[in-house]
Ligand binder design. Structure first.
Ligand code: ZN
Length: 305
């Protein structure tokens, strides 16, 4: 007796690619008009001073009122408490939660800029009533207390790692990514599987002009660049039936399970399962794949006796 197995290979992403930064020429990394004050307070480095000199020649950037966002209200989801905290102090907790401290300093600095941009966007586009942002990575942005962060590092590395995080936040102080002089909605993720996707293909809506499909080379050495999910015919049918009770699939018909269309980024746009055609994003959810960037491989196997 033979049994069909179906494999889904989902190519996901890992490493802090910042799709917005590289996709639109008129998007800028900007600094605040009160950056001098912040720099003084934080005793920032010469690099940051040089950056400021370059940036101050741009009138549009100087109009950006970063000073309004010196402190933020952070909601701790687990306790329901809201804490007022300095923005760049908060960012140290975010960066250390979002990216390993062992990563290159420039990667950490890019993460700091994106996290700062994302935070200010959230302040201006509130999701929570009493707070600007929360500490839940599935809702807003990851956050970890300094104490917890330090405890997770080897004792001998704690000071060095934390100083590196602080350095990347200081050296980017006041910098955010803007589009038409407004902070962008700076989504970020760890790995794009080689190409980013436009948000409209994931969440619908009208999209963002500054988030476009770009290639992101160099990710394939990441350990979670790809993953594999394996289903028997029955397992596949059971999962799909949870959403589509009337689904029927002829597993002997090669055309009954196939990808019909891809998005511009190469992800699955539409996939056919028997009498249903569903989006790649929905298939990803139903089958618990890591992304909609998947392929299907059907394999016939003899049952073990
Ligand atoms: Zn939230």
């Amino acid at each position: 007796m033979r049994k069909f197995l179906i494999y889904f290979f989902a190519f996901v992403f890992i490493c802090f690619i910042l799709p917005a930064i590289f996709t639109k020429q008129d998007m800028q990394v900007s600094a605040s008009s009160n950056e001098n004050q912040e720099k003084k307070e934080e005793n920032s480095s010469n690099n940051a001073t040089n950056d400021r000199a370059n940036i101050e020649t741009n009138d549009e950037i100087n109009n950006y009122e970063y000073k309004n966002y010196g402190t933020i209200k952070l909601l701790h989801k687990s306790t329901g408490e809201t804490q007022e905290v300095k923005l760049d102090t908060y960012l140290c907790n975010v960066v250390s939660a979002e990216m390993p401290a062992t990563y290159e300093l420039e990667a950490l600095k890019a993460q700091a800029i994106v996290a700062r941009t994302y935070t200010i966007y959230k302040i201006k586009n509130k999701k929570h009533n009493e707070a600007d942002i929360c500490d839940d990575s599935t809702c807003c942005q990851a956050w970890i207390s300094k104490e917890d962060r330090l405890n997770k590092w080897d004792e001998g590395k704690r000071q060095e790692n934390w100083q590196k995080i602080v350095q990347c936040v200081k050296e980017t102080a006041g910098k955010i990514i803007t589009y038409n002089n407004e902070p962008i909605n700076a989504f970020f993720h760890s790995n794009s599987g080689g190409t980013t996707e436009v948000p409209v293909n994931v969440w619908g809506g009208t999209g963002y002009p500054y988030l476009q499909v770009v290639e992101t080379s160099g990710e394939d050495s990441y350990s979670q660049y790809s993953s594999e999910a394996e289903f028997t015919n029955e397992e596949l049918l059971n999962k799909l039936e949870e959403k589509y009770q009337d689904i029927t699939i002829d597993f002997n018909n090669q055309d009954d399970i196939k990808i019909l269309e891809h998005t511009d980024s190469g992800r699955v746009k539409t996939v056919k399962f028997g009498n249903h055609e569903i989006s790649g994003v929905e298939a990803r959810t139903i089958l618990n794949l890591r992304s909609a960037n998947f392929e299907i491989i059907k394999e016939e196997r003899k049952n073990k006796i």
